[in-house]
Structure formats: structure tokens, C-alpha cells
Design a protein around this ligand. Sequence first.
Ligand SMILES: NC(=O)c1ccc[n+]([C@@H]2O[C@H](COP(=O)([O-])OP(=O)(O)OC[C@H]3O[C@@H](n4cnc5c(N)ncnc54)[C@H](O)[C@@H]3O)[C@@H](O)[C@H]2O)c1
Length: 251
Amino acid sequence: MNSLDGKSAFVTGGASGIGQATALAYAERGARVLVADVDADGAQETLRLIGLGDGEANFVNCDVGDAASVEAAVNRCVELYGRIDCAFNNAGILGDMSLTADCSEENFDRIMRVNLKGIWLSMKYEIPHMLRQGGGVIVNTASNAGMTGTPELGVYSATKGGVVMLTRSAALEYARSNIRINCVCPGLISTPMVAQQAIDYPDAVANFTELEPIGRMGRPEEIAEAVVWLSSNAASFVTGHPMAVDGGILA
Ligand SMILES: NC(=O)c1ccc[n+]([C@@H]2O[C@H](COP(=O)([O-])OP(=O)(O)OC[C@H]3O[C@@H](n4cnc5c(N)ncnc54)[C@H](O)[C@@H]3O)[C@@H](O)[C@H]2O)c1
């Protein structure tokens, strides 16, 4: 039920953290994976790890904030594998932490471009292929920060709330076209993004960890499991759902 044998999977932000773990999990379930990222070195490491498990994967350089780049990357998936069965639209950045009145316009635009426009562009170019081939599954990465307010991360939080709404809206639009669209809302997950944040804002990250009811940070593999399940036929009646995988934060 959870097998993705013979499927193709497109993963943005697959060079690191949650995206890398999910690319590996897709490959372990039998999918051929296209890693789309701006970080070629990290992506090569993802490909190496997938190769160790005898999986098949390729890399395409892709900036999710750029329409032409996303269109070309999605087309590359179809060129390579003949179809795009699963898409994990996951690339994202945290941006600088600041109070709302102190946030620069540059910071606002940078976070919006990757986290919100990037998800929209990814779906915009994936969906026509899925319609043509008769169906598909999309999982977007939102955050627990997309469901509640997040002091000093207001713009990040707004983009993630936006991802939830893009997900729900698109899920309703394509529910009768055999395209399921969900998102995951990770809590605090141990990835390079959070490691960097701990260096830049040590006090804030200590507070975040205390917010985890389960008493620890999550592992990228724990998000990957949810994404693979949402992408598989085991989740055939699930669409438009923001799935919390957050150690209980949203509870
Ligand atoms: N780590 C957490 O605690 C956490 C919690 C909630 C949500 N998230 C979300 O999960 C997703 C993955 O985060 P992560 O923690 O694995 O971070 P990460 O920094 O380890 O990985 C992010 C990946 O996205 C890529 N990327 C960044 N900008 C890009 C662009 N313009 N085009 C293509 N690729 C780009 C990076 O190169 C990197 O490979 C993000 O959307 C993040 O907001 C993370």
C-alpha cells in the first residue's frame, strides 16, 4: 500500500534536511527521484546516498522563485521518467528574524519569493502534466508556523499560512481530476536550517525547543515518512489536509 514502485518523484529542496530525507524515502519505496535545488553539491550527496541503496535519482538545478527555472525542472522530470507522479514542493528559507516593524522590505520579498511563490510556481507547472497523465499527488511543505502566529518570524509564518491555503484551494480545484494535494506542517526539525538559526539566534532556538511537547526536536526522516504516506495509495482519500508532524506543538 505504501509502495511507490515504478513511480517518479520530483523533490524541491532535495539537497538538504527534510527534502534530502524525503528523496531517500521515495527512492527506498521504489520511486525514481529528481532532486531540484540551487545547491548542486548537496544534491550530489543526495544522489550518492540514493545510489548506495540501489535507487535511481537525478539532479536538476532549479530556483523555485523563478518561473522559467521551475518550468524547465518539471519538464526535465517528465523527459527523464515519462511522468511526474509525486511532487514534494519543499524548498524554503527562514529569512532573518525580526519584529514586524523592524523587518526589511528585502527580507520580506526574499522569503515570499522562495516560500510562497516557489510553491505556487511548482504546482503551476506540475499540475498540467498530472492532468495530461490522468492524476498525481502533490505534497507541499508548510510548517506549524503556518497555523499559529510566530513572533519575530511573521513573514515566514505568513508564507507558511499561505502554503496551507494554496494547498487547500488547489486540492478543491483538482479533487475530481485524480490529483491529491496536501501539505505537511513540521515542528522543530533538526536540519541545517535550524542549525544555522541556532548559530544566528541562540536564545530563540532554545525557546523553540522548549515548545516541543514531546521533549525533543524531530528528525527529517520523521517528516519523510508522512510525505511518503501522503504520496502513496494508502492516503487515497486524503486531500487538502495540512498534516501536523510536530511533536504536539499544535495540540
Ligand atoms: N527544519 C524545521 O524545523 C522546519 C520546520 C517547519 C518547516 N520547515 C520547512 O521545511 C522545508 C525544508 O527545510 P529544512 O529544514 O530541510 O531546510 P534546509 O535548509 O536543510 O533545506 C532547504 C533546501 O532548500 C533549498 N533551497 C533554498 N532556496 C531555494 C530555491 N530558491 N530554489 C531551490 N531550492 C532552494 C536549499 O538549497 C536546501 O537544499 C522548508 O520549506 C522549511 O521552511 C522546516
